[in-house]
Write a protein that binds this ligand. Sequence first.
Ligand code: HEC
Length: 145
Amino acid sequence: MKTTVTTLALATLIILTPLATTPADLEKMAVRQSAMKFIGAQMRQLSGMARGQSDLNAPYVAAVGSSIAIIGDSLSLWFDDLPEGYPHADSEALPVIAANRDAFLAQAEKMADAGRAMASAPDALAASFQSLSSTCRSCHSQFRM
Ligand code: HEC
């Protein structure tokens, strides 16, 4: 029974592969968009602290820096094997990501490094917030519509 299910699943995969987007692609899209939304929400919180509009909460800053580092280090999983004809209509990921994968991953690494720097010196948020924000802009300007 298990073999039949596996065979069926494989057959379905093979049949679906030529299509532009498979259920697995849609799941990856949902995961990376949620991760980006999470980062965006944290950055809005941090921006007030970085400008001195709200009290600096060092443990929170450190936690955000570490979370962003983890996301940066795992972005490759959620942008791999972008199929022909990508992107999906609901995605803002540009098709050039596939052809420029190394450059894309280098941008992800810069964000992860900036997150680690923020986590290791949370009191220096004013500076680390600027460096981290510049990694967002840099990647989006090349790889996001
Ligand atoms: C390595 C490249 C890269 C870096 C670095 C990056 N992003 Fe993104 N971001 C993307 C791509 C590509 C998309 C579009 C994803 C999709 O729609 O499939 C995106 C989408 C988003 C979205 C929209 C999510 C949605 O679907 O509503 C937000 C918000 C966002 N990013 C925030 C940030 C912030 C804040 C940072 C920096 C701390 C950042 N991103 C760093 C590549 C990057």
